[in-house]
Unconditional design. Structure first.
Lengths: 291, 244
């Protein structure tokens, strides 16, 4: 039982990171109808921003985190202007190719600066964690879970209870109609990219002490997050969270009870299962189309 | 000076010309119907006025100012609300949220003013009040049409562009919608109405324009248009006793 709970805790912690990146996927997808394949690179850049600030510049964590997030916001804005905006009137495919290109560019730019050897980032707290009975709650995993809960609560409040949130939802549901009502569509999409980049960056910052910081961090997290958003129901916010958490738990249990080398395979086995049996995901079809 | 004037307006979808030098005017306080069959350029006219399409040539004068080619977000701020074909109610937002967002063109509107505006709309459209919390996609076509019109009125427009408000609605609901259109004008809003249902449109309109393939065919008072056998047979769906 103790081992079970310990694994559950770890699984939820890693799943929370997938959820954050998946949320970024979903938000951009809903605002622009395009999948941003550079979403994982936001996580990678966030982690490297921390490496630069804490190790190269020697800043303390409390200063490095807000600076990193601000940098991520700026990257999100530039990403919108350079990768999405010029192609906004084109179809799905050119934009997707553009995001893949951006992903390759970002990965290789970091590779030039930091090389292929992974960096390691210390945990954010000095104390290792809390022991409850036989279960050890690692401080970094606790932090990830708490931050994710706060973010999800913030996001729920923002989208359900503020006018700006409603305008962003309207933009994602029907851009032409939104602009007819006077909603500044381009600004809404800009905000979405900034927020998604910050979300992705935060996921990278949080997960950096657990995984190594390398240029491969982005694709490693993004593939799982992508699978998570499909499992949850692509385009659904709740689905992204539930999908991310379940994927984290499933792969942790799979690794512990079945096979460690196949850890990454479990996530994709679940994905295949969903694509075959319930391709719309757990929360798909919330808004049906009426004839 | 008319509230809206189109001078030799042309617009095209790629190589396909949809409007070919259209001129018309709408006076303050009028209800003007734009009639004609499918592909006559009625919707394109509205889309060019509201900024969804850029004119190829010609001018769109609103209150004397050329608004041709302005972005839709700017046009609605000047006081032109466009309720497009197909109603376009946001499917994932509630009725109340849909209506509230209609005021997005008014900067610095307070929450209280919004609530009061929604309340006013529910008084104008009592049938949708009880669906206040229902998501847009769950509504029937008639309810969606009312939400779409209410949302358009929330911008406090001087000119309301209505595209096919009767499309897909049961005859009884169509009557209801047109009674509301008459009431909107009484509240001081000018209406430019696009309809295929010519008989019903002419029953509330002050004047009508008949278009064919992007050109103006004839303009006149409702009676004159309806009693002109040739026009009625060719462009207005010719039945002498229409269903409404």
């Amino acid at each position: 039982m103790a081992i079970f709970l310990q694994l559950l805790f770890t699984g939820i912690g890693i799943g929370a990171v997938y959820s954050l990146v998946a949320l970024g996927f979903v938000l951009i997808y809903r605002a622009t109808n395009v999948v941003n394949f550079a979403q994982g690179e936001f996580a990678m850049l966030g982690a490297y921003a921390m490496v630069v600030l804490t190790q190269d510049l020697g800043l303390p964590y409390w200063a490095a985190i807000p600076i990193s997030l601000a940098v991520m916001g700026l990257i999100g804005a530039l990403f919108n202007l350079g990768v999405y905006y010029p192609l906004r009137h084109r179809s799905f495919l050119p934009v997707v190719i553009s995001t893949i290109g951006a992903s390759i560019l970002l990965t290789n730019s970091v590779l030039v600066g930091y090389g292929p050897a992974p960096e390691s980032l210390a945990g954010m707290f000095d104390f290792p964690g809390i022991q409850i009975g036989e279960v050890f709650l690692d401080s970094q995993y606790l932090l990830i879970i708490v931050v994710t809960i706060l973010l999800v609560a913030f996001q729920y409040f923002f989208f359900e209870h503020t006018l700006l949130g409603k305008k962003m939802q309207a933009t994602s549901q029907d851009k032409e109609m939104a602009s007819l009502l006077g909603i500044p569509v381009a600004r809404m999409i800009m905000l979405t990219f900034i927020y998604s980049a910050i979300l992705g960056g935060l996921a990278g910052i949080l997960v950096a002490p657990i995984l190594f910081v390398s240029v491969g961090l982005g694709s490693q997290v993004a593939l799982k997050a992508f699978a998570a958003s499909i499992i949850g129901g692509f385009g659904d916010v709740t689905g992204a969270i539930v999908g991310g958490l379940s994927l984290g738990v499933i792969e942790t249990f799979g690794a512990a009870y079945i096979s460690v080398p196949y850890k990454d395979a479990f996530a994709f086995l679940v994905l295949f299962g969903f694509l075959l049996i319930r391709p719309q995901g757990i929360f798909g079809e919330k808004v049906a189309q009426k004839a | 000076m008319p509230l809206l004037e189109l001078h030799g307006l042309s617009a095209a979808y790629g190589a396909v010309e949809a409007l070919k030098g259209l001129s018309l005017h709408v006076g303050e306080g009028e209800i003007v119907a734009l009639l004609g069959s499918n592909g006559a350029g009625k919707s394109t006219t509205l889309r060019t006025i509201s900024g969804l399409m850029k004119p190829k040539s010609g001018r769109v004068l609103f209150d004397g100012k050329d608004i041709g080619g302005l972005h839709p977000e700017s046009v609605v701020r000047l006081g032109v609300a466009h309720v497009p074909e197909g109603r376009r109610v946001f499917p994932g937002l509630t009725v109340k949220e849909n209506i509230m967002l209609g005021a997005s063109n008014r900067p610095g509107v307070s929450r209280r003013e919004l609530e009061a505006g929604v309340e006013e709309m529910f008084e104008l459209f009592p049938d949708i009040r009880r669906f206040s919390g229902a998501l847009g996609w769950t509504l029937s076509g008639g309810q969606q049409q009312m939400v779409a019109v209410a949302r358009g009125l929330m911008s406090k427009p001087r000119l309301l562009l209505l595209d096919e408000p009767s499309l897909g609605l049961a005859p009884l609901i169509v009557q209801q919608v047109f009674r509301i259109i008459a009431r909107i004008r009484e509240r001081g809003t000018t209406v430019l109405l696009v309809e295929q249902n010519a008989r019903t449109a002419l029953s509330v309109a002050d004047r009508g324009y008949v278009l064919e393939t992007g050109r103006l065919i004839i303009e006149g008072k409702p009676d004159a248009l309806w009693n002109n056998e040739e026009v009625r047979a060719a462009y207005l769906g010719g039945r002498v006793t229409a269903g409404v």
